[in-house]
Write a protein that binds this ligand. Sequence first.
Ligand SMILES: C[S@@+](CC[C@H](N)C(=O)[O-])C[C@H]1O[C@@H](n2cnc3c(N)ncnc32)[C@H](O)[C@@H]1O
Length: 323
Amino acid sequence: MADELTHIPVLPNEVVELLDPQPGEVFVDCTAGLGGHAALIAAKIGPTGTIVLNDLDQGNLDRAKSFVSNALCPDDPDSAKVHAICGNFADLPAKLKAMGISADMILADLGFASTQVDDPQRGLSFRFSGPLDMRMDQSTPITAEELVNTLPEADLADIIWRYGEEKSARRIASKLVEARAVEPITTTDRLAEIVRSASRGPRGSINPATKTFQALRIAVNDELGSLDALLRVMGIAIRKQSQSGSGSEPSWIGQGARVAIIAFHSLEDRPVKRAFGEWAKSGWIKPITRGVVIGSDSEIRSNPRARSAKLRVCKSVRGDANG
Ligand SMILES: C[S@@+](CC[C@H](N)C(=O)[O-])C[C@H]1O[C@@H](n2cnc3c(N)ncnc32)[C@H](O)[C@@H]1O
């Protein structure tokens, strides 16, 4: 299991440089993970700053809270300046509003953390033998096992095609339905083996089960639905912000707030690109990044997860700047 002290976040320098944290500012981390990015920001905003950590995985959130509190206020690890909120980031804006918090910087580093993918009991990886779970939030009821064993063949094929962009989706779904009629599919090993048996084409460097595992994980956690919901509420707040004058009602997104989103595949990056593009066209934000920022060769060598990371950053436009 990864240790937060050795955990290296992706694109660390780029995130800090582009979010440009200033002493005393408020940072909202939608996906706290192990607190890697948040600890770097904490060092910049200092003890007068405020940090909100959000994650739907309570175990990660607890680790992040102690790590980040120590980075923000080493002399006061129970500082009220670090707030930990367990839940889906789609619900975070309403909670921030209720707390009266207005963010100067917001980060969403999408997907899963090393503590999750490297835990065989989570069933997220075909590299380990384990139960077919795949839930990031252990309190939700639907596991990958349930999807694989109960969905109609056409729905399974649709999930594998849409969320895995897997060309052999129909054949894989058909094999899964055939196999589960003999015996329920309950482990990562058996799932990977069935997918492999259904895959055609040359064996490359990518395991044939990669796309099916990605698809099921996205479906179990409704990852794209949550991202869409977050972008929708962000868009509403950013629009209001850009149209409000000084003295108007405070928003959970502060005037001139910077928003950074790190995606790991095109299904995640596409809605972010679209949302940022629409907001920019409406004059609600200014893009800070042109296109995506990706990891340097040396980062990718030392942190393979950085290989597919794509960072986009924008800045909300002040109402008074719009006249
Ligand atoms: C890539 S990790 C974040 C790593 C973090 N930036 C760091 O430096 O340690 C992604 C985290 O987001 C969480 N997560 C994924 N989807 C989420 C959602 N919809 N709402 C809240 N947390 C989510 C996962 O549980 C995981 O801990």
